[in-house]
Design a protein around this ligand. Structure first.
Ligand SMILES: Cc1cc2nc3c(=O)[nH]c(=O)nc-3n(C[C@H](O)[C@H](O)[C@H](O)COP(=O)(O)OP(=O)(O)OC[C@H]3O[C@@H](n4cnc5c(N)ncnc54)[C@H](O)[C@@H]3O)c2cc1C
Length: 521
Protein backbone atom coordinates (compact mmCIF):
# COMPACT_ATOMS: atom_id res chain seq x y z
CA UNK A 1 0.00 0.00 0.00
CA UNK A 2 2.21 2.75 -1.31
CA UNK A 3 0.65 6.23 -1.41
CA UNK A 4 2.73 7.48 -4.37
CA UNK A 5 1.77 4.46 -6.45
CA UNK A 6 -1.91 4.83 -5.57
CA UNK A 7 -1.75 8.52 -6.52
CA UNK A 8 -0.25 7.58 -9.87
CA UNK A 9 -3.05 5.07 -10.48
CA UNK A 10 -5.69 7.67 -9.54
CA UNK A 11 -4.11 10.40 -11.67
CA UNK A 12 -3.99 8.11 -14.71
CA UNK A 13 -7.56 6.79 -14.24
CA UNK A 14 -9.32 8.84 -16.92
CA UNK A 15 -12.51 6.76 -17.16
CA UNK A 16 -15.20 7.14 -14.47
CA UNK A 17 -14.81 5.07 -11.32
CA UNK A 18 -17.82 2.88 -10.54
CA UNK A 19 -17.95 4.51 -7.09
CA UNK A 20 -16.19 7.39 -5.44
CA UNK A 21 -16.40 7.26 -1.66
CA UNK A 22 -15.64 10.37 0.37
CA UNK A 23 -14.49 9.76 3.95
CA UNK A 24 -12.02 7.23 5.35
CA UNK A 25 -13.72 6.24 8.59
CA UNK A 26 -15.43 2.92 9.34
CA UNK A 27 -18.38 3.77 7.09
CA UNK A 28 -16.40 4.82 4.01
CA UNK A 29 -13.75 2.10 4.25
CA UNK A 30 -16.51 -0.49 4.81
CA UNK A 31 -18.13 0.67 1.56
CA UNK A 32 -14.79 0.49 -0.26
CA UNK A 33 -14.30 -3.12 0.91
CA UNK A 34 -17.82 -4.08 -0.08
CA UNK A 35 -17.73 -2.37 -3.48
CA UNK A 36 -14.26 -3.60 -4.41
CA UNK A 37 -14.91 -7.17 -3.26
CA UNK A 38 -18.00 -7.28 -5.51
CA UNK A 39 -15.70 -6.34 -8.39
CA UNK A 40 -16.51 -2.64 -8.75
CA UNK A 41 -13.87 -0.05 -9.43
CA UNK A 42 -13.74 2.05 -6.24
CA UNK A 43 -11.88 5.21 -5.24
CA UNK A 44 -11.90 6.42 -1.61
CA UNK A 45 -10.61 9.84 -0.57
CA UNK A 46 -9.94 10.88 3.03
CA UNK A 47 -9.10 14.48 3.87
CA UNK A 48 -6.85 13.62 6.83
CA UNK A 49 -5.63 10.23 8.03
CA UNK A 50 -7.84 7.14 7.84
CA UNK A 51 -9.76 7.09 11.12
CA UNK A 52 -8.84 10.63 12.14
CA UNK A 53 -12.55 11.35 12.69
CA UNK A 54 -14.91 9.51 15.00
CA UNK A 55 -13.71 6.04 14.06
CA UNK A 56 -10.61 6.19 16.30
CA UNK A 57 -12.48 7.80 19.21
CA UNK A 58 -15.15 5.25 20.06
CA UNK A 59 -15.65 3.21 23.25
CA UNK A 60 -14.20 0.32 21.23
CA UNK A 61 -17.16 -1.99 21.80
CA UNK A 62 -18.40 -4.38 19.17
CA UNK A 63 -21.81 -4.53 20.75
CA UNK A 64 -25.52 -4.81 20.27
CA UNK A 65 -26.04 -1.92 22.68
CA UNK A 66 -27.68 -2.89 25.97
CA UNK A 67 -29.04 0.66 26.14
CA UNK A 68 -31.03 0.28 22.90
CA UNK A 69 -32.67 -2.80 24.42
CA UNK A 70 -34.16 -0.56 27.06
CA UNK A 71 -35.32 1.83 24.33
CA UNK A 72 -37.21 -1.12 22.82
CA UNK A 73 -35.22 -1.07 19.56
CA UNK A 74 -34.86 -4.86 19.35
CA UNK A 75 -34.27 -4.82 15.58
CA UNK A 76 -31.22 -2.60 15.96
CA UNK A 77 -29.90 -4.72 18.83
CA UNK A 78 -30.30 -7.98 16.90
CA UNK A 79 -28.69 -6.58 13.77
CA UNK A 80 -25.74 -5.24 15.77
CA UNK A 81 -25.35 -8.51 17.70
CA UNK A 82 -25.16 -10.39 14.43
CA UNK A 83 -22.55 -7.93 13.12
CA UNK A 84 -20.63 -8.33 16.39
CA UNK A 85 -20.49 -12.07 15.68
CA UNK A 86 -19.33 -11.52 12.10
CA UNK A 87 -16.63 -9.12 13.26
CA UNK A 88 -15.28 -11.73 15.64
CA UNK A 89 -15.44 -14.33 12.86
CA UNK A 90 -13.63 -12.17 10.28
CA UNK A 91 -11.15 -10.22 12.45
CA UNK A 92 -10.44 -12.44 15.49
CA UNK A 93 -7.01 -10.83 15.93
CA UNK A 94 -8.70 -7.49 16.69
CA UNK A 95 -12.00 -8.39 18.35
CA UNK A 96 -12.43 -10.42 21.50
CA UNK A 97 -15.14 -11.01 24.03
CA UNK A 98 -15.12 -9.15 27.31
CA UNK A 99 -17.06 -9.70 30.53
CA UNK A 100 -19.13 -6.72 31.72
CA UNK A 101 -20.45 -6.57 35.27
CA UNK A 102 -23.40 -4.41 36.31
CA UNK A 103 -22.92 -3.98 40.06
CA UNK A 104 -26.19 -4.07 42.04
CA UNK A 105 -26.75 -1.89 45.07
CA UNK A 106 -30.60 -1.91 45.16
CA UNK A 107 -32.84 -4.96 45.70
CA UNK A 108 -34.63 -4.56 42.36
CA UNK A 109 -31.50 -4.35 40.23
CA UNK A 110 -30.65 -8.07 40.18
CA UNK A 111 -34.02 -9.25 38.77
CA UNK A 112 -34.32 -6.22 36.46
CA UNK A 113 -30.85 -6.38 34.88
CA UNK A 114 -30.74 -10.18 35.14
CA UNK A 115 -33.77 -10.52 32.85
CA UNK A 116 -32.67 -7.74 30.47
CA UNK A 117 -29.20 -9.18 30.03
CA UNK A 118 -30.58 -12.70 29.50
CA UNK A 119 -32.72 -11.27 26.69
CA UNK A 120 -29.60 -9.56 25.29
CA UNK A 121 -27.84 -12.92 25.23
CA UNK A 122 -30.81 -14.66 23.60
CA UNK A 123 -31.17 -12.02 20.87
CA UNK A 124 -27.65 -12.86 19.67
CA UNK A 125 -28.83 -16.37 18.76
CA UNK A 126 -26.07 -18.36 17.09
CA UNK A 127 -23.81 -15.27 17.15
CA UNK A 128 -23.80 -15.33 20.97
CA UNK A 129 -20.77 -14.66 23.15
CA UNK A 130 -20.70 -15.83 26.82
CA UNK A 131 -23.79 -16.49 28.97
CA UNK A 132 -25.36 -13.71 31.05
CA UNK A 133 -26.08 -14.56 34.71
CA UNK A 134 -26.38 -13.09 38.17
CA UNK A 135 -23.31 -12.91 40.43
CA UNK A 136 -23.19 -13.13 44.20
CA UNK A 137 -21.57 -10.29 46.14
CA UNK A 138 -18.38 -12.38 46.47
CA UNK A 139 -18.28 -13.22 42.76
CA UNK A 140 -18.78 -9.55 41.93
CA UNK A 141 -15.85 -8.57 44.14
CA UNK A 142 -13.68 -11.32 42.68
CA UNK A 143 -14.15 -9.75 39.24
CA UNK A 144 -14.15 -6.12 40.40
CA UNK A 145 -11.89 -5.94 43.48
CA UNK A 146 -11.72 -2.13 43.38
CA UNK A 147 -15.48 -1.54 43.43
CA UNK A 148 -17.24 0.16 46.36
CA UNK A 149 -18.48 -2.46 48.81
CA UNK A 150 -20.91 -0.32 50.86
CA UNK A 151 -24.40 -1.63 50.08
CA UNK A 152 -23.12 -3.92 47.30
CA UNK A 153 -25.60 -6.80 46.90
CA UNK A 154 -24.15 -8.60 43.87
CA UNK A 155 -24.02 -8.10 40.15
CA UNK A 156 -25.13 -9.23 36.72
CA UNK A 157 -22.56 -10.36 34.18
CA UNK A 158 -22.89 -10.30 30.40
CA UNK A 159 -20.49 -10.53 27.47
CA UNK A 160 -19.85 -8.17 24.60
CA UNK A 161 -17.08 -7.57 22.08
CA UNK A 162 -14.11 -5.25 22.44
CA UNK A 163 -11.84 -4.13 19.64
CA UNK A 164 -9.16 -1.63 18.75
CA UNK A 165 -10.99 0.78 16.47
CA UNK A 166 -8.18 2.43 14.51
CA UNK A 167 -6.20 -0.81 14.25
CA UNK A 168 -9.27 -2.50 12.78
CA UNK A 169 -9.70 0.44 10.42
CA UNK A 170 -6.06 0.19 9.29
CA UNK A 171 -6.55 -3.48 8.47
CA UNK A 172 -9.84 -2.67 6.73
CA UNK A 173 -8.01 -0.13 4.55
CA UNK A 174 -5.49 -2.85 3.68
CA UNK A 175 -8.36 -5.27 2.95
CA UNK A 176 -10.04 -2.75 0.62
CA UNK A 177 -6.72 -2.21 -1.14
CA UNK A 178 -6.19 -5.96 -1.53
CA UNK A 179 -9.68 -6.21 -3.02
CA UNK A 180 -8.66 -3.67 -5.68
CA UNK A 181 -9.88 -0.32 -4.31
CA UNK A 182 -7.71 2.81 -4.54
CA UNK A 183 -7.61 4.63 -1.20
CA UNK A 184 -5.83 7.89 -0.44
CA UNK A 185 -5.40 9.64 2.86
CA UNK A 186 -4.62 13.37 3.03
CA UNK A 187 -6.76 14.01 -0.04
CA UNK A 188 -9.61 16.41 0.66
CA UNK A 189 -12.71 16.58 -1.50
CA UNK A 190 -13.23 20.29 -2.03
CA UNK A 191 -16.25 20.11 -4.31
CA UNK A 192 -18.71 17.94 -6.10
CA UNK A 193 -18.53 17.96 -9.91
CA UNK A 194 -21.82 17.89 -11.81
CA UNK A 195 -22.84 17.10 -15.36
CA UNK A 196 -24.84 19.44 -17.61
CA UNK A 197 -28.07 18.33 -15.88
CA UNK A 198 -26.75 19.12 -12.41
CA UNK A 199 -26.21 15.47 -11.51
CA UNK A 200 -23.10 14.52 -9.49
CA UNK A 201 -20.55 12.96 -11.82
CA UNK A 202 -17.41 13.13 -9.74
CA UNK A 203 -15.37 15.16 -7.30
CA UNK A 204 -12.75 17.86 -7.17
CA UNK A 205 -10.08 17.00 -4.63
CA UNK A 206 -6.72 18.25 -3.40
CA UNK A 207 -3.70 16.37 -2.12
CA UNK A 208 -3.15 18.23 1.15
CA UNK A 209 0.52 17.15 1.18
CA UNK A 210 1.53 18.43 -2.27
CA UNK A 211 -1.36 20.75 -3.12
CA UNK A 212 -1.98 18.81 -6.35
CA UNK A 213 -5.57 19.14 -7.63
CA UNK A 214 -7.53 16.13 -8.84
CA UNK A 215 -10.69 15.84 -10.93
CA UNK A 216 -12.12 12.33 -10.68
CA UNK A 217 -15.23 11.04 -12.46
CA UNK A 218 -17.59 8.62 -10.75
CA UNK A 219 -20.80 6.84 -11.73
CA UNK A 220 -21.97 7.39 -8.17
CA UNK A 221 -20.53 9.56 -5.40
CA UNK A 222 -20.99 8.39 -1.81
CA UNK A 223 -20.70 10.85 1.03
CA UNK A 224 -19.44 8.90 4.06
CA UNK A 225 -18.04 11.89 5.91
CA UNK A 226 -19.78 11.15 9.22
CA UNK A 227 -20.29 14.24 11.33
CA UNK A 228 -19.18 16.36 8.33
CA UNK A 229 -21.84 14.98 5.97
CA UNK A 230 -23.94 18.16 5.82
CA UNK A 231 -20.93 20.27 4.89
CA UNK A 232 -20.47 18.32 1.66
CA UNK A 233 -24.21 18.12 0.96
CA UNK A 234 -24.51 21.87 1.31
CA UNK A 235 -21.49 22.48 -0.88
CA UNK A 236 -23.35 20.53 -3.57
CA UNK A 237 -26.72 22.19 -2.90
CA UNK A 238 -27.00 25.01 -0.37
CA UNK A 239 -30.76 24.52 -0.03
CA UNK A 240 -30.68 21.01 1.51
CA UNK A 241 -31.91 20.58 5.09
CA UNK A 242 -29.27 19.30 7.53
CA UNK A 243 -29.35 15.59 8.42
CA UNK A 244 -26.80 15.41 11.22
CA UNK A 245 -27.25 16.19 14.92
CA UNK A 246 -23.62 16.04 16.11
CA UNK A 247 -23.11 14.84 19.66
CA UNK A 248 -19.78 14.71 21.47
CA UNK A 249 -18.58 11.84 23.63
CA UNK A 250 -15.53 11.97 25.91
CA UNK A 251 -13.36 9.24 27.43
CA UNK A 252 -10.72 9.40 30.16
CA UNK A 253 -7.87 6.89 30.40
CA UNK A 254 -6.25 5.79 33.67
CA UNK A 255 -3.65 3.33 34.90
CA UNK A 256 -4.94 -0.22 35.17
CA UNK A 257 -4.86 -0.27 38.99
CA UNK A 258 -8.28 1.44 39.03
CA UNK A 259 -9.69 -1.74 37.48
CA UNK A 260 -6.93 -4.34 37.68
CA UNK A 261 -8.65 -7.46 36.29
CA UNK A 262 -10.21 -8.38 33.00
CA UNK A 263 -13.84 -7.43 33.61
CA UNK A 264 -15.44 -4.13 32.70
CA UNK A 265 -17.98 -2.18 34.75
CA UNK A 266 -21.22 -1.11 33.14
CA UNK A 267 -23.20 1.59 34.96
CA UNK A 268 -26.65 1.40 33.38
CA UNK A 269 -28.11 4.69 34.64
CA UNK A 270 -25.98 7.75 35.17
CA UNK A 271 -27.43 11.07 36.33
CA UNK A 272 -27.77 12.14 32.66
CA UNK A 273 -29.70 9.00 31.75
CA UNK A 274 -26.86 7.29 29.86
CA UNK A 275 -24.70 4.25 30.44
CA UNK A 276 -21.11 4.66 31.57
CA UNK A 277 -18.38 2.09 31.06
CA UNK A 278 -15.05 1.49 32.79
CA UNK A 279 -13.20 -0.88 30.49
CA UNK A 280 -9.79 -2.53 30.60
CA UNK A 281 -8.05 -1.64 27.33
CA UNK A 282 -4.44 -2.28 26.29
CA UNK A 283 -3.26 -2.48 29.92
CA UNK A 284 -5.12 0.70 30.93
CA UNK A 285 -8.66 1.61 31.97
CA UNK A 286 -10.87 3.69 29.73
CA UNK A 287 -13.90 5.39 31.28
CA UNK A 288 -16.71 7.06 29.35
CA UNK A 289 -18.67 8.37 27.72
CA UNK A 290 -20.76 11.53 27.56
CA UNK A 291 -23.42 12.68 25.10
CA UNK A 292 -23.20 16.43 24.61
CA UNK A 293 -24.94 18.08 21.64
CA UNK A 294 -22.48 20.32 19.76
CA UNK A 295 -23.20 22.92 17.11
CA UNK A 296 -20.30 22.18 14.75
CA UNK A 297 -18.16 19.19 13.87
CA UNK A 298 -14.38 19.46 14.07
CA UNK A 299 -11.64 16.92 13.45
CA UNK A 300 -10.04 17.54 16.83
CA UNK A 301 -12.97 18.06 19.25
CA UNK A 302 -12.11 19.14 22.78
CA UNK A 303 -13.47 17.65 26.00
CA UNK A 304 -15.44 20.14 28.06
CA UNK A 305 -14.56 20.55 31.73
CA UNK A 306 -18.14 19.62 32.59
CA UNK A 307 -17.75 16.29 30.72
CA UNK A 308 -14.49 15.50 32.49
CA UNK A 309 -16.04 16.34 35.88
CA UNK A 310 -19.09 14.22 35.11
CA UNK A 311 -16.98 11.14 34.25
CA UNK A 312 -14.74 11.61 37.30
CA UNK A 313 -17.66 12.04 39.70
CA UNK A 314 -19.64 9.11 38.27
CA UNK A 315 -16.57 6.84 38.43
CA UNK A 316 -15.97 7.98 42.03
CA UNK A 317 -19.42 6.66 43.01
CA UNK A 318 -18.30 3.13 42.07
CA UNK A 319 -14.56 2.91 42.73
CA UNK A 320 -12.91 2.61 46.13
CA UNK A 321 -10.16 5.01 45.08
CA UNK A 322 -11.50 8.33 43.81
CA UNK A 323 -9.96 9.15 40.41
CA UNK A 324 -8.79 12.75 40.04
CA UNK A 325 -7.65 14.92 37.14
CA UNK A 326 -4.04 14.07 38.12
CA UNK A 327 -4.74 10.40 37.39
CA UNK A 328 -5.91 11.02 33.83
CA UNK A 329 -3.28 9.77 31.36
CA UNK A 330 -5.24 10.80 28.28
CA UNK A 331 -8.53 12.46 27.43
CA UNK A 332 -10.14 12.15 24.02
CA UNK A 333 -13.38 13.31 22.42
CA UNK A 334 -15.28 12.11 19.37
CA UNK A 335 -18.39 13.27 17.55
CA UNK A 336 -21.31 10.94 16.83
CA UNK A 337 -22.80 11.48 13.39
CA UNK A 338 -26.37 10.99 14.65
CA UNK A 339 -29.29 11.44 12.31
CA UNK A 340 -31.66 14.29 13.24
CA UNK A 341 -35.23 13.49 14.21
CA UNK A 342 -38.12 15.90 14.55
CA UNK A 343 -39.04 16.66 18.15
CA UNK A 344 -36.08 14.83 19.77
CA UNK A 345 -34.05 17.34 21.75
CA UNK A 346 -31.84 14.88 23.65
CA UNK A 347 -29.10 13.35 21.48
CA UNK A 348 -28.87 10.32 23.82
CA UNK A 349 -32.43 9.46 22.70
CA UNK A 350 -31.66 9.69 18.97
CA UNK A 351 -31.70 6.41 17.07
CA UNK A 352 -28.41 4.71 16.21
CA UNK A 353 -29.96 3.25 13.04
CA UNK A 354 -28.21 4.19 9.83
CA UNK A 355 -29.77 6.22 7.06
CA UNK A 356 -29.03 6.30 3.33
CA UNK A 357 -30.19 9.50 1.72
CA UNK A 358 -29.98 10.63 -1.90
CA UNK A 359 -30.07 14.36 -2.63
CA UNK A 360 -31.52 15.73 -5.85
CA UNK A 361 -27.93 16.14 -7.10
CA UNK A 362 -27.57 12.35 -6.87
CA UNK A 363 -25.08 12.61 -4.00
CA UNK A 364 -25.65 9.57 -1.80
CA UNK A 365 -25.07 10.15 1.93
CA UNK A 366 -24.78 7.32 4.44
CA UNK A 367 -24.67 8.25 8.09
CA UNK A 368 -25.70 7.28 11.60
CA UNK A 369 -25.24 3.66 12.60
CA UNK A 370 -22.43 2.34 14.73
CA UNK A 371 -18.90 1.09 14.26
CA UNK A 372 -20.22 -2.40 14.97
CA UNK A 373 -22.67 -2.25 12.05
CA UNK A 374 -20.28 -0.80 9.46
CA UNK A 375 -20.41 -3.94 7.30
CA UNK A 376 -24.20 -3.96 7.15
CA UNK A 377 -24.27 -0.22 6.42
CA UNK A 378 -21.83 -0.81 3.57
CA UNK A 379 -23.89 -3.68 2.16
CA UNK A 380 -27.07 -1.55 2.11
CA UNK A 381 -25.20 1.41 0.66
CA UNK A 382 -23.52 -0.54 -2.15
CA UNK A 383 -26.85 -2.23 -3.01
CA UNK A 384 -28.42 1.19 -3.51
CA UNK A 385 -25.37 2.76 -5.14
CA UNK A 386 -25.28 0.09 -7.85
CA UNK A 387 -28.92 0.82 -8.70
CA UNK A 388 -28.28 4.56 -8.83
CA UNK A 389 -25.15 4.10 -10.96
CA UNK A 390 -26.83 1.46 -13.17
CA UNK A 391 -24.03 -0.99 -12.47
CA UNK A 392 -24.53 -4.71 -13.03
CA UNK A 393 -25.84 -6.27 -9.81
CA UNK A 394 -23.37 -8.45 -7.93
CA UNK A 395 -23.87 -10.17 -4.58
CA UNK A 396 -22.30 -8.87 -1.37
CA UNK A 397 -19.35 -11.02 -0.25
CA UNK A 398 -18.31 -9.39 3.02
CA UNK A 399 -20.19 -11.68 5.41
CA UNK A 400 -17.37 -14.20 5.14
CA UNK A 401 -14.56 -11.95 3.97
CA UNK A 402 -11.55 -12.14 6.27
CA UNK A 403 -10.05 -8.82 7.31
CA UNK A 404 -6.32 -8.31 6.62
CA UNK A 405 -4.20 -9.83 9.39
CA UNK A 406 -6.79 -12.54 10.11
CA UNK A 407 -5.37 -15.00 12.62
CA UNK A 408 -7.60 -17.11 14.79
CA UNK A 409 -5.37 -17.19 17.86
CA UNK A 410 -3.08 -14.22 18.20
CA UNK A 411 -2.97 -13.81 22.02
CA UNK A 412 0.49 -15.38 22.23
CA UNK A 413 1.84 -12.56 20.03
CA UNK A 414 1.77 -10.25 23.09
CA UNK A 415 1.77 -6.55 22.23
CA UNK A 416 1.92 -7.43 18.51
CA UNK A 417 -1.35 -9.40 18.69
CA UNK A 418 -3.27 -6.57 16.97
CA UNK A 419 -1.16 -7.14 13.85
CA UNK A 420 -2.36 -10.73 13.50
CA UNK A 421 -0.59 -12.43 10.61
CA UNK A 422 1.61 -9.33 10.05
CA UNK A 423 3.27 -9.78 13.46
CA UNK A 424 5.80 -12.21 11.95
CA UNK A 425 6.86 -9.59 9.40
CA UNK A 426 7.48 -7.07 12.19
CA UNK A 427 9.51 -9.81 13.90
CA UNK A 428 11.61 -10.10 10.73
CA UNK A 429 12.35 -6.36 10.80
CA UNK A 430 13.68 -6.82 14.31
CA UNK A 431 15.67 -9.90 13.36
CA UNK A 432 17.36 -7.89 10.58
CA UNK A 433 18.00 -4.89 12.84
CA UNK A 434 17.80 -5.73 16.58
CA UNK A 435 17.75 -2.01 17.53
CA UNK A 436 14.20 -1.93 16.12
CA UNK A 437 13.19 -4.26 18.95
CA UNK A 438 13.69 -1.47 21.49
CA UNK A 439 10.61 0.06 23.11
CA UNK A 440 9.92 3.75 22.57
CA UNK A 441 8.81 4.44 26.17
CA UNK A 442 9.04 2.49 29.40
CA UNK A 443 5.29 2.95 30.15
CA UNK A 444 4.04 1.61 26.81
CA UNK A 445 4.86 -1.58 24.88
CA UNK A 446 5.43 0.02 21.47
CA UNK A 447 8.56 -0.94 19.52
CA UNK A 448 10.62 1.06 17.05
CA UNK A 449 9.85 -1.60 14.44
CA UNK A 450 6.16 -0.64 14.58
CA UNK A 451 7.02 2.85 13.34
CA UNK A 452 8.88 1.43 10.35
CA UNK A 453 6.04 -0.99 9.64
CA UNK A 454 3.44 1.79 9.83
CA UNK A 455 5.33 3.91 7.31
CA UNK A 456 6.17 1.11 4.90
CA UNK A 457 2.91 -0.84 4.94
CA UNK A 458 0.12 1.11 6.67
CA UNK A 459 0.35 4.45 4.88
CA UNK A 460 1.26 6.44 8.02
CA UNK A 461 2.31 9.91 6.90
CA UNK A 462 2.74 11.90 10.11
CA UNK A 463 3.98 11.40 13.66
CA UNK A 464 0.38 11.67 14.78
CA UNK A 465 -0.68 8.86 12.41
CA UNK A 466 1.87 6.59 14.09
CA UNK A 467 1.28 7.63 17.70
CA UNK A 468 -2.50 8.06 17.61
CA UNK A 469 -3.85 5.47 15.17
CA UNK A 470 -1.22 2.87 14.02
CA UNK A 471 -0.21 2.55 17.66
CA UNK A 472 -2.55 3.91 20.35
CA UNK A 473 0.08 5.73 22.42
CA UNK A 474 -1.65 9.12 22.33
CA UNK A 475 -4.96 7.63 23.42
CA UNK A 476 -3.38 5.64 26.25
CA UNK A 477 -0.88 8.08 27.71
CA UNK A 478 -0.54 11.50 26.12
CA UNK A 479 2.58 12.57 28.04
CA UNK A 480 4.33 9.31 27.14
CA UNK A 481 3.35 9.85 23.49
CA UNK A 482 4.87 13.35 23.62
CA UNK A 483 8.07 11.89 25.03
CA UNK A 484 8.16 9.27 22.25
CA UNK A 485 7.67 11.81 19.46
CA UNK A 486 11.36 12.77 18.84
CA UNK A 487 12.41 9.13 18.44
CA UNK A 488 9.45 8.50 16.13
CA UNK A 489 10.38 11.63 14.15
CA UNK A 490 13.96 10.34 13.69
CA UNK A 491 12.75 6.95 12.45
CA UNK A 492 10.18 8.50 10.11
CA UNK A 493 12.64 11.09 8.82
CA UNK A 494 15.03 8.40 7.64
CA UNK A 495 12.22 6.29 6.11
CA UNK A 496 10.44 9.19 4.42
CA UNK A 497 13.52 11.28 3.58
CA UNK A 498 12.36 14.27 5.63
CA UNK A 499 14.81 17.14 5.84
CA UNK A 500 15.45 18.85 9.20
CA UNK A 501 12.81 21.52 8.57
CA UNK A 502 10.10 18.96 7.75
CA UNK A 503 10.98 16.97 10.83
CA UNK A 504 10.66 20.05 13.05
CA UNK A 505 7.33 20.97 11.45
CA UNK A 506 6.07 17.44 12.01
CA UNK A 507 7.10 17.54 15.66
CA UNK A 508 5.47 20.93 16.20
CA UNK A 509 2.24 19.73 14.56
CA UNK A 510 2.18 16.62 16.73
CA UNK A 511 2.81 18.60 19.93
CA UNK A 512 -0.07 20.92 19.10
CA UNK A 513 -2.52 18.03 18.63
CA UNK A 514 -1.20 16.02 21.58
CA UNK A 515 -1.78 18.97 23.91
CA UNK A 516 -5.51 18.29 23.50
CA UNK A 517 -5.09 14.83 25.05
CA UNK A 518 -3.24 16.04 28.16
CA UNK A 519 -5.59 16.96 30.99
CA UNK A 520 -4.32 19.94 32.91
CA UNK A 521 -5.10 20.17 36.61
C1 LIG B 1 -17.75 8.80 21.97
C2 LIG B 1 -18.21 7.76 20.99
C3 LIG B 1 -18.22 6.42 21.36
C4 LIG B 1 -18.64 5.46 20.45
N1 LIG B 1 -18.56 4.15 20.82
C5 LIG B 1 -18.94 3.19 19.94
C6 LIG B 1 -18.80 1.83 20.31
O1 LIG B 1 -18.27 1.50 21.37
N2 LIG B 1 -19.22 0.91 19.41
C7 LIG B 1 -19.79 1.24 18.21
O2 LIG B 1 -20.20 0.35 17.48
N3 LIG B 1 -19.90 2.54 17.83
C8 LIG B 1 -19.48 3.51 18.67
N4 LIG B 1 -19.54 4.83 18.30
C9 LIG B 1 -20.04 5.16 16.96
C10 LIG B 1 -18.96 5.00 15.90
O3 LIG B 1 -17.70 5.41 16.37
C11 LIG B 1 -19.34 5.82 14.67
O4 LIG B 1 -20.64 5.46 14.28
C12 LIG B 1 -18.40 5.57 13.50
O5 LIG B 1 -17.04 5.69 13.89
C13 LIG B 1 -18.69 6.59 12.41
O6 LIG B 1 -17.81 6.35 11.33
P1 LIG B 1 -17.87 7.25 10.05
O7 LIG B 1 -16.96 6.64 9.07
O8 LIG B 1 -19.28 7.45 9.64
O9 LIG B 1 -17.33 8.67 10.53
P2 LIG B 1 -15.79 9.16 10.74
O10 LIG B 1 -14.98 8.12 11.40
O11 LIG B 1 -15.87 10.47 11.38
O12 LIG B 1 -15.27 9.28 9.25
C14 LIG B 1 -15.63 10.34 8.40
C15 LIG B 1 -14.38 10.77 7.69
O13 LIG B 1 -14.71 11.68 6.64
C16 LIG B 1 -13.61 12.53 6.47
N5 LIG B 1 -14.01 13.69 5.69
C17 LIG B 1 -14.84 14.70 6.07
N6 LIG B 1 -14.95 15.61 5.09
C18 LIG B 1 -14.17 15.18 4.06
C19 LIG B 1 -13.86 15.71 2.78
N7 LIG B 1 -14.38 16.85 2.36
N8 LIG B 1 -13.02 15.02 1.98
C20 LIG B 1 -12.49 13.83 2.38
N9 LIG B 1 -12.74 13.31 3.61
C21 LIG B 1 -13.58 13.96 4.43
C22 LIG B 1 -13.19 12.85 7.88
O14 LIG B 1 -11.87 13.34 7.95
C23 LIG B 1 -13.40 11.53 8.59
O15 LIG B 1 -12.19 10.78 8.70
C24 LIG B 1 -19.10 5.83 19.17
C25 LIG B 1 -19.08 7.17 18.80
C26 LIG B 1 -18.62 8.13 19.70
C27 LIG B 1 -18.56 9.56 19.29
Amino acid sequence: MNRDEIWKRVREHRSPWDMIVIGGGATGVGIAIDGASRGYDVLLLEQSDFGKGTSSRSTKLAHGGVRYLEQGNLGLVMEALKERGLLLQNAPHLVHDLAFVVPNYEWWEAPFYGIGLKLYQLLAGKYGFGKSRLLSREETLERLPTIKTDGLRGGAIYYDGQFDDSRLLTHMVMTAFEQGAALLNYCEVTGLAKDSQGFADGVIARDTESGEELRAWGKVVVNATGAFADRLRRAADSSVAPMIAPSQGVHLVFKSDFLPLNSAIMVPHTSDGRVLFAIPWHGHVMVGTTDTPVSTSTLEPLALDSEVDFILSTAAQYLTRTPTRDDVLSVFAGIRPLVRAEGVANTAALSRDHVIHIDSSGLMTVCGGKWTTYRRMAEDCVDQATTLAQLPEKPCLTRDLKIHGFQSSSEDLGPLAVYGSDAGEIGKLIADNPALGETLHSDLPYLKAQVIWAVRHEMARTIEDVLARRTRALFLNARAALAMAPAVADLMASEMKWDAGTKQKQLAAFREVAANYVLHT
